[in-house]
Every structure is written in structure tokens, then in C-alpha cells.
Design a protein around this ligand. Structure first.
Ligand code: 9MR
Length: 756
């Protein structure tokens, strides 16, 4: 029995469920049963908790706090809630939380039906003090309900106050339904293929203590090679016991091979190299359909045509005359163009910087490395609107972004002239799906930052040299912008983007820009040979430090970009040989990690947690190994790169390829507002050659939190469009994929020595 109460009716709690109120307990009561609350400790953000529109949730202190406005009438005028809590009829639950109020207040906490008639299964009115208390209540659920709501109703006060909660827990009931990914056969291979003369390794998940026999079969089922596995013990990144199969000695090209071991047959794979030629193109073609400010032509990308986004055609407000956030500047800028960052419609200078850098770096490597084949990325290779203009297509694509970065520079005569605005995006988050041209939100420029300014300085210096043979005026424009940005960054060295400025777009904040300074100085030095830049490089701690961190480089850790370029591009640095040797030392570290790793991954962060976008960090570690190969010619580094691709293409705990269209089971539901086929069958999936971010131990999104609780690092991934923290696509993740794909394609059968 329980009282049905409409939310609109003031409540005299006559809960006939077993309600034992033991509020203000000093000691926690013994709790049994599974935890039903996701993220009740607020140690890492507060998703999936939500608040009504009149409050802002803040979990930056490790507690969930909100300033509650005065002048509301009803308790439900201000709510902090958590949805989708399963209740089982007849089960007893213990509800606990820490709460405090400034000034002291009586609050209201409910476990209830989330819709009219808002039936309450638990309703309590804790007396909240300024110092705070722990509260414990028990009740027995009268219903089976998959989606009860836990709510703190905080409205009804004439005056404003502050509420904070922590350690919110609802224990009892049935174990939440367990999500078990379908990981297929226990023999894990690179589902795309192995180079004929490259390393060929696979992994068997097995508890067998001793070596097992394996067979390699061709498409007809004939056994073409046999051997025995090597037991590798327990792998911390997956929690699995694994063995390794090494069939490097088998070199015959073909399709449809399988490996058989421990009674299991792997997914099929090729031995060949054509797939890397294809990936070299696909990974770059990705950028055209990420473009803002231009119609995407269906004839160039069948199935992906769409109107231009953010050019000012209703309902878009357009990026052609974008104002700043209130109070930030008194001008508007035309910042149309560029690439959308990811699955959102934001455009961020910091992240655009490393992305366009990697495309230009791929171009520079192709021209300079002994195995480079620049014509493979030449004019007409990528089916772009600019194809046929006698400029390499990879540079046409890079220019689309570089023009945007230039447009984000603060104009002369304005405060902080020469700096770059950190980002431009909607003033609040939009839902999915939403094609770019249908986004009606207000677009805003966010304040300039030193990090964005240095990203502009670095990429504009690089653009000045790569575009010089094709467009002198554009090269000169870039050099001038780079110098102005450098001077502005020197004059404003600690202007950091606000980490809390994340409504409607990512924050991309970074509290240490010494690495961006080093990268920008390196690019300016390589392009100009100027002593100011040389001296800055030589004096920077990043020039000699061991910068090859286990997590790899990324948008917030960019010293490595400067070091790699100083090592590979012509320059007169006095210690250039040491710089070149340091790249090989970094590569040795990643190679050692890979060799020690039971799954053969060059990534094993010390705390055994995978980062947001781990695939991109793994590929960037491969970039370091590839560069070491280019510098030394030592084949061990190339083998490290190839084995890294095995992981990306399915030799992993999920038996899953992270590149759309590559491998029998591959990511295709990446989080995106316009490749949202999972939500609207009229829309496409992401294009072939799109990388998913990959396993992320922190699983910040609610879907992952529900499905992947307590995941071992490699299992913290789900190919679902709602999982924005494990399954997004981004311009800075496809850029190392493109870079590495071109490097591998340049290796031919796996033994290339030079392009000739
Ligand atoms: O890639 C970014 C990752 O390194 C950060 O940890 C994360 C949280 O700040 O943000 C990621 O970037 C997202 C950005 O903020 C908004 N666009 C989508 C990006 C990829 O998820």
C-alpha cells in the first residue's frame, strides 16, 4: 500500500511502505544489495544528474552544489534529479546521502515515479545544517519500475540559499541488468589485414596455462601454417588471460584467412596492403564532410551531401558576423568555414591547431621521408571541390581549416590584438540529431587565450612554408599572422581558457602553455631560422626534458610536435643530432611498452586507466615510432607501428575495429549530430575511415555509466551514438589515423626502403 500523490498536491507523507527514518545517523548503517545510483560521489563531474533550468550544477569541489534562487513557490520549482533508477516490488532499499545548506534549510528528497502522477515511494524532509549531515532512510518498493527518479526538491524559499550533496546512494533490489558485449571468437586478429612482410601477431583469450597449437587457414579452409602460442599471463587492461600467436613467417597474399586455436576460429582477415592505400584516402576524405560553411556535394561524397552549415541561412544564425560572449569584445568576426570539431557544431582553435598541424605534417613527411610518396596525396586524390587546382589535395583540405584559424585572430586596434579567440560555438548544447544547417542557436566567440594564440602561431608558421610553392600570398599572410600571434602570446603569456566555460561546447582549457610556446617557437624557427625563435627553443625546458609521456601527445600536450619537427625538418639547430636521437629514445619507450603488453599495445598508463580518446593517444605513440623509423631506418620501429594498427583493427579485448568500414565488426554509431543513422534511418553513418575515440575509463556519459560500470579499461567502450565519452569522432583523432595510414601505405609490402 502506498499513497498516490500528485506532485502538485502538497504532501503529508503517509507512506505505507516500510519507511524507517534514521536521519542524522553519525555512523553509516550496514547497506546490502547493489548500488542503483550512478555517480553519487561526484568525484568526476555529475553526469547523469540534472537540474532545473534555474540552477547551475557545480561538482568542481567533489560535492554536487547549486545556488538555489529565492522567490520560488513550490518545492518542485527547483529540482536536482537522477533518472532511470530501477525498483523491484517487495525489495527493501536504503537511501543515503550527505547534505548541507547555507543558510540552514529544510530540504525534500524523493524517490518517485518520474511522470504524472509522480507517485512517491520515499519522501523525506531532512533538516539541512551549514556543516552538513549524513542521512539514512529505508523503504520497501511497492512497484516494479525500471525508471524511478531520485529527486531533491529545493524550491519554495523566499530567499536564496546554497545546497550541496555528496555520497548519494540507493542500495538494494536486484542487480542492474548486466550489459555483456558480444566479443565473438576468442582468437583476436587485425580484422582488416597484415602486410605480407610485416609482423603478424594475434591474441587468444584463454585460461590455458600452457602453449596451445594454432593453425592458419586460407579462404578455402586449407591449413597453410601451424605453430604454438606463447602464454602471456594476465593482462591488466582487460582482466583477461591471453596467449600470443606469431605467424610472421607466413607471407602469401590473400583474402579470407582465419586463425584457429583453443577450439575457436578468428574473424577473417587479409594478407596484403591495398587496404592501407584505401585508408590513406578515407581517413583524409573524412575532413570534407566535417567542413562548415560550404555545401557538401553529394556527387563528391555519395550519401553525404548536405547544405552549407552556419552561413547565415535561417534557421542558422551563421558564422559570418559572430559576436563575443556578453562583455568579452565589442566587434564581430567572420569566422565562417573551418571544420566542425567532432559530433558537435563547435569550432575550437586549440583542437583545430593540432589537427591541421598533423595534416600538414603528413604532407611534409611524404615529401621528406625516404619512404614518402607525396604524389599519393597530390592534386585529385581526395575528390574535393578544389581537386584540379594544381595544389596537393591534402593541402587544399588543410587550408580550409587554416583559413578559419586565421579568421579567429583578434584584429589590429582591438584589445589583445594578435591573440586568437579560443573558440566559437552555440550558447547552449543542442540535441541529436541536428544537421549543421538546421542549428538555430546563437553562436558566440569566446575570449582569446594564450593556448589558442600559440596554436595559431605554430600552424601559421608551418602553413607559411608548406604553401610557399603554391600560393606566395597565402604563405606571406600566414607568416605575418604567426609573428603577430607570437608577439601577442609573449605579451599575454598566461591567459587561460576558463575550464568552466563548457556550455554548448567543449572547454579545451589548459593551465600550462609552456609546451605550446615550445611548439610555436619550433615552427617559427624551422620556417624563418630567426635567432629569437632558436634561442627560445634552446632555452625551453621542453627541449631537453623526456617529453615522451606514456599517455602520448594530444591537443593539451604539444611539446612533442615541436620536437618531432625539429628532428625531421631541415634546420640549423646546434644540437639537432641529440634532438633526432631523442625521438628514437621516445620510440624505444613505446616499443618497450608494446612488447611487454600481453595485447601488444604501445599504451599502458601507469594507473591502468584509459583516457578520453585513447585511440588517438595510441596512434600518436605510433607517430613517434614511425618518425623514429624515418630517422633511423631501423625496422623495429616500423613493426611497432604495424602492431599498433592490429590493436586499432580488432586485436583487442572487444574484438572490435575502431575504424568505420574496416574489419568485420567496426564502429559505425559514433556520436555525431549529422551521421546519426542510429537515431534517424534517413541519415548516414559516419563515412568509411572514421576513427572512434575508443575505451575511456572515466565513462563520463550516462549511457556508458549504465552499461559499462566497473569496466576494465579495454571494455570501457560501446558503439552507441549516445556514448559521447567513448564513441565520438573528432578532427584531432582522425589526423593521427591519417598520418599513420599514409606511413604504413608507404611501406608497401612492409619492407620499403625508399620511394624509388
Ligand atoms: O578530446 C577532448 C578530451 O581530451 C577531453 O578530456 C574532453 C573533456 O574536456 O573533451 C574532449 O573534447 C570534446 C570537446 O570538448 C567537444 N567536442 C567533442 C570533443 C571530443 O569528445
Amino acid at each position: 500500500m502506498f499513497t498516490r500523490t500528485r506532485r502538485a498536491v502538497p504532501l503529508a507523507v503517509t507512506l505505507a511502505t516500510t519507511l524507517a527514518v534514521t536521519g542524522l545517523t553519525g555512523t553509516a548503517a550496514q547497506a546490502d544489495g547493489p548500488e542503483q545510483i550512478v555517480n553519487g560521489t561526484f568525484d568526476n563531474g555529475h553526469a547523469p544528474w540534472w537540474g532545473t533550468g534555474n540552477i547551475t550544477l557545480d561538482s568542481s569541489t567533489g560535492q554536487l552544489c547549486a545556488d538555489i534562487p529565492g522567490g520560488t513557490v513550490n518545492p518542485w520549482d527547483v529540482i536536482i534529479g537522477h533518472d532511470n533508477v530501477p525498483l523491484v516490488a517487495g525489495e527493501t532499499y536504503q537511501f543515503r546521502f550527505f547534505g548541507r545548506a547555507t543558510p540552514a534549510k529544510v530540504g525534500k528528497a524523493l524517490v518517485q515515479l518520474p511522470v504524472d502522477p509522480y507517485t512517491q515511494y520515499l519522501a523525506v524532509n531532512p533538516e539541512l545544517s551549514v556543516s552538513g549531515n549524513d542521512y539514512t532512510y529505508t523503504f520497501t518498493s511497492p512497484v516494479d519500475l525500471p525508471n524511478a527518479q531520485v529527486a531533491f526538491q529545493l524550491g519554495g524559499s523566499a530567499t536564496p540559499w546554497t545546497f550541496c550533496a555528496d555520497n548519494v546512494s540507493l542500495q538494494g533490489g536486484a542487480e542492474p541488468e548486466e550489459y555483456v558485449p558480444d566479443t565473438g571468437p576468442r582468437v583476436r586478429v587485425n580484422q582488416v589485414g597484415y602486410l605480407p612482410k610485416g609482423p603478424k601477431r594475434a591474441t587468444v583469450v584463454t585460461d590455458a596455462a600452457d602453449a596451445l597449437p594454432w593453425q592458419l587457414r586460407n579462404a578455402a579452409g586449407t591449413v597453410v601454417a601451424t605453430g604454438r602460442t606463447t602464454p602471456r599471463g594476465l593482462d591488466a587492461s582487460s582482466g583477461q588471460r591471453v596467449h600470443t600467436i606469431d605467424f610472421t613467417g607466413y607471407r602469401s597474399e590473400g583474402a579470407g584467412y582465419t586463425l584457429v586455436a583453443d577450439g575457436e576460429t578468428s574473424r577473417p582477415f587479409d594478407i596484403g596492403s591495398a587496404f592501407y592505400e584505401q585508408l590513406r584516402l578515407d581517413a583524409l576524405k573524412f575532413y570534407y564532410t566535417q567542413r562548415s560553411g560550404i555545401e557538401i556535394l553529394d556527387r563528391l561524397r555519395p550519401g553525404y551531401g548536405r547544405p552549407a552549415g552556419h552561413v547565415g541561412v535561417a534557421p542558422n544564425q551563421g558564422d559570418t558576423a559572430v559576436p563575443c560572449q556578453p562583455g568579452v569584445c565589442d566587434y564581430t568576426l567572420n569566422v565562417a568555414g573551418g571544420w566542425y570539431d567532432a559530433g558537435d557544431h563547435g569550432k575550437y582553435v586549440v583542437n583545430g591547431g593540432i589537427s591541421v598541424y598533423q595534416l600538414m605534417s603528413e604532407y611534409e613527411r611524404s615529401a621528406l621521408a625516404r619512404t614518402g610518396r607525396p604524389w599519393k596525396l597530390g592534386d585529385g586524390t581526395l575528390a574535393l571541390p578544389e581537386s584540379g587546382n594544381r595544389v596537393p589535395d591534402i593541402l587544399d583540405e588543410a587550408r580550409w581549416e587554416q583559413e578559419f584559424l586565421l579568421s579567429m585572430q583578434v584584429p589590429a586596434g582591438k584589445p589583445r590584438a594578435g591573440m586568437a579567440h579560443h573558440k566559437i560555438h552555440d550558447d547552449s548544447w543542442t540535441g541529436l540529431p541536428l544537421l549543421p544547417h538546421l542549428d538555430a542557436k546563437k553562436r558566440e566567440l569566446h575570449p582569446p587565450s594564450t593556448a589558442a594564440t600559440l596554436n595559431l602561431a605554430a600552424t601559421a608558421a608551418q602553413a607559411a612554408r608548406v604553401f610557399a610553392p603554391y600560393d606566395r600570398a597565402f604563405a606571406a599572410r600566414n607568416l605575418a599572422a604567426a609573428k603577430a600571434a607570437w608577439a601577442a602570446a609573449k605579451a599575454n603569456p598566461t591567459v587561460y581558457a576558463d575550464p568552466a566555460d563548457g556550455n554548448g561546447g567543449g572547454a579545451y582549457s589548459d593551465g600550462d602553455v609552456s609546451d605550446e610556446f615550445y611548439w610555436a617557437a619550433a615552427e617559427l624557427y624551422i620556417t624563418t631560422g630567426g635567432t629569437e625563435f632558436r634561442d627560445f627553443v634552446l632555452a625551453s625546458p621542453h627541449h631537453t626534458a623526456n617529453i615522451w609521456r606514456d599517455r602520448g601527445f594530444d591537443w593539451g600536450s604539444t611539446a612533442q610536435l615541436g620536437r618531432l619537427d625539429l628532428a625531421t625538418l631541415p634546420n640549423r639547430l646546434p644540437d639537432r643530432e641529440r634532438v633526432r636521437a631523442s625521438v628514437a629514445q621516445g620510440a624505444d619507450t613505446y616499443l618497450a611498452t608494446l612488447r611487454a603488453h600481453p595485447y601488444g599495445i604501445p599504451y599502458a598508463p601507469a594507473d591502468n586507466t584509459y583516457d578520453w580518446g585513447s585511440n588517438n593517444l595510441i596512434l600518436n605513440n605510433a607517430v613517434v615510432m614511425a618518425t623514429a623509423f624515418d630517422i633511423t631506418g631501423n625496422a623495429k620501429y616500423r613493426e611497432g607501428v604495424l602492431e599498433t594498427m592490429d590493436y586499432i583493427f580488432g586485436r583487442n579485448a572487444l574484438n572490435h575495429s575502431y575504424v568505420t568500414g574496416y574489419g568485420e565488426v567496426a564502429s559505425h554509431n559514433q556520436h555525431s549530430r549529422w551521421y546519426a543513422r542510429q537515431l534517424d534511418p534517413a541519415l548516414p553513418n559516419p563515412p568509411r575511415g572514421t576513427l572512434a575515440g575508443g575505451p575511456n575509463s572515466s565513462i563520463q556519459d550516462p549511457l556508458a555509466q549504465q552499461k559499462l560500470r566497473n569496466c576494465a579499461p579495454q571494455f570501457c567502450y560501446i558503439d552507441d551514438i549516445e556514448s559521447w565519452s567513448t564513441n565520438e569522432l573528432t578532427i584531432n583523432w582522425n589526423s593521427p589515423l591519417a598520418w599513420v595510414a599514409a606511413f604504413v601505405a608507404d611501406q608497401g609490402a612492409g619492407d620499403a626502403r625508399s620511394r624509388f
